[in-house]
Write a protein that binds this ligand. Structure first.
Ligand code: BG6
Length: 487
């Protein structure tokens, strides 16, 4: 991917966790690969507690370098990467400081990208301060999640940002959309004839989408305790994945064609009746347990978490889509912290054959199954029944395997790297449009409200397990189970 689009990438929250773990390492990788970033492109970091450029570079060396070393650090590329970095000390609470930023970027070339890797409460003040010094022209703004706390607060942010930046200038990031296998799902569905005829209620029995984490809340207890898994993972990542799985073929891959189709899915989600919540939603919270031989503490004892917290660290949902393609097909979504394994995957269970001359195993639903593994070990597997060698006709499950690293040895990109390049090059397709975000908030809100009003605490689960038993019982009611329960 050669580019000559010059840019000035302004990073607010320049010493934050996200800058350290994701954004600066992704920019470094793009720089090291060569040809992806224009030579004249600059990164301008903004932070309050750092004296100047030399100190900032010291911080980058100390904190960012360890995160990029995993692919083997190229010292020459690292040194030239640091040459791209400028620094401006700004107190974000002090709008006058933005004249310093204006002076720092005024001579720099290309499109300006403002990346707001800060808490959402700073989004609006930063936008106002940028506009007050005329920096909203010829620019793009990237907003990190969480964008708001509910529909009302997200609308308030979007309204205020929308007064300063046009929708085409706003890049709402959801890093799950940048993951390679999610892109591949689009290629698989819309680049082949094989799956599309089967991708509907007549042939699909159920779909599962899981994002399971082994990690707990790490150093983010305070943030997480006010957020919970529904806001942190379902409203954005899981519903975005669902909309990609379920969308109609777009007429082109331009940003609005793709986003229009995703929006249709989000608007077709069957509203949750608060009286049914116990049947279609499970919330859980982890207690102490053991993960891979290591004892881990209960959520309620994590730093920053209230001892009597009722925040959910696990959610499982049964979702339905009210349209002709998907009516009646359950989509089971699940996410949780401190689960038994780190895995993100989409499982499409096809129906059983209508009649089997080959015995009962062919009549089992889910014998044909497509498993799209997003992480780790990105693969797509198509499961089929085949005859076992030898006498008689005994069937066994086998799979066709698309292991990306075997077919494509080079060119794999981290989600953040792809998305940052998209921002710099003005490609909006993998960013969430305002109406999508509103539809997602609107759908999750009855669940949020019902849980907030309920006096029942989340169901406990031991760290290192797959969550509360109720999540399995919910699938059992539909005659199915989570993928790992089959093995
Ligand atoms: C973030 C959430 O959006 O996604 C985190 O805020 C979560 O809580 C993370 O850990 C998971 O992302 P990934 O790419 O590591 O699966």
């Amino acid at each position: 991917m050669q580019t000559d689009s010059s840019f000035t990438f302004v990073l607010f929250g320049g010493t934050g966790d996200l800058s350290m773990r994701k954004i600066l390492p992704a920019l470094y990788e793009a720089h090291r690969a060569g040809g992806m970033l224009a030579d004249s492109g600059k990164i301008v970091a903004v932070a309050r507690h750092v004296a100047g450029r030399a100190d900032y570079l010291e911080w980058v060396n100390e904190h960012v370098k360890p995160h990029v070393s995993k692919n083997g650090l190229d010292e020459t590329a690292w040194a030239s990467f640091l040459d791209r970095i400028e620094f401006v000390k700004i107190d974000l609470g002090n709008p006058e400081d933005f004249t310093l930023l204006r002076d720092a970027v005024s001579g720099l070339p290309g499109i300006r990208v403002f990346y707001l890797a800060t808490g959402p409460s700073l989004f609006v003040p930063i936008c106002h301060a940028l506009a007050s010094v005329g920096l909203n022209e010829n620019s793009r703004i990237v907003l990190e999640k969480p964008l708001g706390y509910d529909l009302k607060s997200s609308n308030a942010i979007n309204d205020a940002v929308g007064e300063i930046f046009a929708e085409e200038q706003i890049y709402r990031i959801d890093h799950y959309l940048g993951k390679e296998p999610v892109q591949n799902l689009l290629a698989l569905r819309f680049g082949n004839v094989l799956f599309e005829p089967l991708w509907r209620r007549e042939w699909v029995e159920s779909i599962q989408i899981t994002i399971a984490e082994e990690l707990g809340v790490e150093a983010r207890g305070d943030f997480y305790d006010n957020t919970g898994a529904l806001r942190d993972m379902v409203q954005n990542h899981l519903l975005q994945l669902l909309s990609i799985v379920a969308m109609e073929p777009p007429h082109s891959m331009d940003s609005d064609s793709v986003r229009d189709e995703k929006l249709r899915v989000l608007r077709a989600l069957k509203p949750i009746d608060p009286r049914d919540i116990g049947k279609v939603a499970v919330r859980g919270q982890y207690h102490a347990g053991v993960i891979r031989g290591t004892a881990v503490p209960a959520y309620a004892t994590e730093p920053g978490v209230k001892q009597d917290s009722t925040t959910e660290t696990f959610v499982a949902l049964k979702v339905e889509i009210e349209n002709w393609r998907w009516a009646g097909v359950p989509f089971f979504l699940r996410t949780g912290k401190r689960l038994a394994d780190r895995v993100a995957e989409i499982v499409v269970n096809f129906r059983a054959v209508p009649h089997s001359a080959l015995g009962a195993s062919a009549l089992r639903g889910g014998a044909n199954r497509l498993v799209i593994r997003l992480q780790p070990n990105e693969t797509i597997r198509l499961y089929c029944l085949a005859k076992q060698p030898g006498e008689g006709m005994n069937l066994a499950s086998v799979h066709l395997d698309l292991a990306f690293d075997r077919f494509f040895r080079e060119g794999q990109m981290e989600a953040y790297q792809r998305l940052l390049l998209d921002v710099i090059n003005g490609r909006l397709a993998l960013f969430v449009r305002r109406d999508e975000q509103e539809a997602a908030w609107r759908w999750v809100e009855p669940i949020l409200n019902e849980w907030a009003a309920s006096n029942k605490p989340p169901k406990p689960y031991a760290a290192g397990t797959w969550g509360p038993a109720a999540a399995s019982a919910m699938l059992a009611q539909h005659g199915t189970c989570w993928l790992e329960e089959e093995n």
